[in-house]
Design a protein around this ligand. Structure first.
Ligand code: PLP
Length: 302
């Protein structure tokens, strides 16, 4: 195995292959125009978490891009589970992708292309490592505007990441862990691969505009309801962000993660807040609950 590749396995053009063998043509519009959609689900201790919700979002995204996925749900599940099994991973990050594909003779009309489906499993990745949980994330609030929904619909999970990548580079240059981007009205949106939540005396809030409808974000709503904590979607200003009692990020890449510093200033007392901690604990407990998760073996045995 090529050393630059992590442990993992892929499925492409109808075959399971080692990661190093999973390749697409440079003429695929997914590569040339970022004309693709994807989803990421994780596997924890051999179980997919909220797999159907990720597949629903993936299917919806392919429809919104006018290239509805032709693969059926059970077949897709088997492919995803197959990647994890062949990679021999207990905890994995599992990505499904549909690109616009290629058109004969490089015709420009997207309708002429034949979409391509790809899947792969690699080891689980964290935006905030478990051992750094008490420290929390130290983020840079950038002046970069997230691509507006009037240009690219953020509810379609996409690879238009130049704004997010610029944010990451700015953050790393300044010694921060990651970045937060704003919208055209300077309200906060999201960061590279995560949604944001603020906690104040009235409850928990998350931006209602210009963001991906994260599955972990939805999970926070479901858990907050179980815990009887008021929760809603609404615009969040920079002032509200800085004055929050607690802040946290949510992502399939790490779950519910405290943000304890913004631009070097402490959020609240700079410690992990009570709501963040409770939500984080119950989030991980749900990973073993068959109402919320399904084992790889169960999918492969069907
Ligand atoms: N926002 C963006 C831009 C993302 O790319 C992601 C995930 O990759 C998220 C938010 C979090 O979404 P989820 O909770 O479904 O992982």
């Amino acid at each position: 195995m090529n050393e630059i590749f992590p442990k993992g396995h892929a499925w492409i053009d109808g075959n399971f292959v080692a990661l190093a063998e999973a390749k697409i043509s440079i003429l695929d519009w997914g590569f040339l125009r970022s004309d693709a959609t994807y989803d990421v689900v994780h596997v924890w201790k051999g179980r997919f978490f909220r797999l159907d919700k990720h597949i629903n979002r993936f299917f919806e995204s392919t429809k919104k891009l006018r290239m509805p996925c032709q693969m059926d749900r059970d077949e897709l599940k088997k492919i995803l589970a197959g990647c994890v099994e062949k990679a021999k991973l207990e905890n994995a990050y599992v990505e499904m992708i549909q690109t616009r594909g290629m058109s004969a003779n490089f015709v420009r009309d997207p309708r002429e292309a034949t979409p391509r489906i790809i899947a792969f499993a690699v080891p689980f990745g964290w935006i905030l490592k478990q051992e750094d949980f008490e420290k929390g994330l130290d983020v840079l609030l950038t002046e970069i505007k997230r691509i507006p929904p009037s240009s690219v619909d953020p509810t379609i999970k996409n690879y238009h990441w130049m704004d997010l990548v610029t944010g990451m580079l700015n953050a790393y240059e300044k010694g921060n862990d990651t970045a937060i981007l704003v919208d055209e009205n300077n309200n906060i949106t999201e960061g590279p691969g995560f949604n944001l939540f603020c906690v104040d005396e009235n409850g928990i809030f998350t931006p209602d505009y210009g963001v991906l409808e994260g599955i972990t974000r939805q999970t926070v709503f479901d858990l907050a309801k179980e815990l009887n904590i008021p929760i809603s979607k609404k615009p969040i200003s920079i002032e509200q962000l800085k004055n929050a009692k607690e802040l946290f990020a949510t992502s399939t890449a790490g779950g519910i993660m405290p943000i304890t510093k913004v631009n070097g200033e402490l959020i609240g007392d700079g410690k992990v807040g009570e709501n963040t901690r409770n939500l984080h604990e119950i989030y991980w407990e749900k990973h073993m609950d068959s109402g919320w998760s399904v084992s790889i073996n169960e999918i492969l045995a069907k």
